[in-house]
Every structure is written in structure tokens, then in C-alpha cells.
Design a binder for this molecule. Structure first.
Ligand code: AMP
Ligand code: ZN
Length: 115
């Protein structure tokens, strides 16, 4: 199911171009247009799910695929010394695009706590 007004659904459909890094029938990964690290890739379900708070038990496998895809891409990108995975969920966390996406960030050191 897709939302015709959703930016990332438009990327899934190819209506908006992206720099694709990985794709299978359920998942798409592409470069973030405004990278916050030397490697900044977004891993998304093709299905429109607005936030992580909307993920159901039935979608547990899909959620796992997002993480495993991130792990695989991190290895391909040579991020052996570390990387960060982030789901921003809803407005207080700074979510701007309401289609679930996992940020894969790497290629520099990150501080903690996050801003
Ligand atoms: P968030 O704040 O977690 O919702 O993150 C949304 C991310 O989507 C930001 O890092 C944006 O830079 C990124 N973004 C917005 N538009 C595009 C686009 N057309 N292609 C790739 N990344 C995008
Ligand atoms: Zn969407």
C-alpha cells in the first residue's frame, strides 16, 4: 500500500529520482540527499508505514530486514570501525518524512548523547 502524497513512496515508484544502493521486493536503500556523514544511506520498506510507532507484530520480519540490510550495506561500504543506525520517530525526534526509514551513518566518529 502506498500514499500518493508521500515523498518516499514517490521514490519507490521512481517518480522522484534517487541514488539507489540496494533493492529487493520489500526494501529500497538510497543515499540521503543531505548527508550528515561521509556515508548516509536511508533504508526503507517499499510499503507505506508512517512511523516506527505504526509497525505491527505482523511486520516484525520487515523491521528485521531493514536492520539486516543496513548491516549488509555497512559491510559493503567498509564501515568496519563503526556506524550508527537511527530511526527518528515522530516530531520530538525530528522525523520529517513520515514513511519509515532507517538512517545508516558512517565514515566519521559520532558523539553521545545525540543532539
Ligand atoms: P527524518 O528527519 O528522520 O525524517 O529524515 C528524513 C531524511 O530524508 C533527511 O535526512 C533528508 O535529508 C532526507 N531526504 C529528504 N528528501 C530526500 C530525497 N528526495 N532523497 C533522499 N533523501 C531525502
Ligand atoms: Zn510512503
Amino acid at each position: 500500500m502506498q500514499d500518493p502524497n508521500c515523498l518516499f513512496c514517490k521514490i519507490v515508484k521512481g517518480e522522484i529520482p534517487s541514488n539507489k544502493v540496494f533493492e529487493n521486493k520489500d526494501i529500497l536503500a538510497f543515499s540521503d540527499v543531505n548527508p550528515q556523514a561521509p556515508v548516509h544511506i536511508l533504508i526503507i520498506p517499499k510499503e507505506h508505514i508512517p512511523t516506527i510507532a505504526d509497525i505491527s507484530e505482523a511486520q516484525a520480519g520487515l523491521a528485521g530486514q531493514l536492520v539486516l540490510t543496513a548491516k549488509q550495506i555497512a559491510a559493503e561500504q567498509g564501515l568496519e570501525s563503526g556506524f550508527r543506525l537511527v530511526f527518528n520517530c515522530q516530531k520530538d525526534a525530528g522525523q520529517e518524512v513520515f514513511h519509515v526509514h532507517l538512517h545508516l551513518l558512517g565514515g566519521r566518529k559520532f558523539s553521545w548523547p545525540p543532539g
